[in-house]
Design a protein around this ligand. Structure first.
Ligand code: ADP
Ligand code: ADP
Length: 227
């Protein structure tokens, strides 16, 4: 059964002659990792933003667990987001950053502290709770971004080129860590990348995009004849 369903989703930015996303259709089962793969400018981020509720589609449908997300605002979608640039608050400490999404949802005091502490353990951030994010390494920042996204127990985890700002070695380590965490928690995830190797190594299902269209969707074996 499909948990995430995207039907004929379309977005044309004002003033543009061709749509950034045209007629995108895909399905994803619960607990699976989908990668959106394609070159820069093909519409991956626009599609992800429409899933998140950050960008309003012109037409089409997004369903999560059978419920339409169209018109549902960002904070009521329960999606966790991780961006290439982390989008953390650099002047706030690690704990406050992780707590942010919880506070927005009215979770506070002991429940909030417990959840933040669990997330710090999960992401191996122990001892860093009072460090400012501005003073952390790139890898540590990405762990904080993941901890913040996971703290709200999202229905879907959305990752937009989360490894792009890391050096090659760290990129491999974090990729494996995200993958094993995703499997262990069974969290339905959509991962945007332009890197074919990265997409194939992390995905259960790959959606190949070009020029705003989802051209192919299948397992790495189905699409590239490799595991
Ligand atoms: P990708 O993530 O694959 O690089 P994007 O979704 O960012 O692709 O962009 C798809 C197309 O839409 C590109 O042509 C890009 O220039 C354009 N685009 C992206 N965001 C905006 C925006 N906010 N306003 C206008 N055009 C945009
Ligand atoms: P909506 O929220 O109505 O879907 P858009 O999808 O057009 O609006 O815009 C999404 C985000 O992209 C907004 O934060 C907007 O400020 C930003 N944006 C709009 N136009 C551009 C552009 N030409 N280049 C970069 N960013 C843009």
């Amino acid at each position: 059964a499909s948990y995430l369903t995207v039907q004929n989703l379309r977005k044309a930015y004002p003033g543009s002659t061709t749509p950034a996303v045209a007629d995108a259709t895909l399905t994803l089962e619960r607990g699976r990792m989908l990668t959106l793969l394609g070159p820069s400018g093909c519409g991956k981020t626009t599609l992800l933003r429409m899933l998140a509720g950050l960008t309003t589609p012109d037409s089409g449908q997004v369903l999560v667990g059978g419920r339409s997300m169209i018109g549902v605002p960002l904070h009521k979608r329960n999606m966790g987001m991780v961006f290439q640039s982390y989008a953390l608050f650099p002047h706030l400490d690690v704990a406050r950053n992780i707590a942010f999404g919880l506070e927005v949802r009215g979770i506070k005091d002991a429940a909030c502290r417990k959840r933040v502490s669990d997330m710090m353990d999960l992401m191996h951030l122990g001892g860093l709770e009072h460090r400012r994010v501005a003073d952390l390494s790139g890898g540590q920042r990405q762990r904080v971004a993941l901890a913040r996204a996971l703290a709200i127990e999202p229905d879907i985890l959305l990752l937009d080129e989360p490894l792009a700002n890391l050096d090659v070695k760290l990129r491999g380590i974090m990729r494996d860590e995200i993958r094993s965490l995703q499997r262990r928690l069974g969290i339905t995830s959509v991962f945007v990348t332009h890197d074919q190797e990265e997409a194939l190594s992390i995905a259960d299902v790959v959606a190949v995009m070009s020029d705003g269209h989802v051209r192919q969707i299948g397992t790495p074996v189905e699409i590239y004849d490799r595991p």
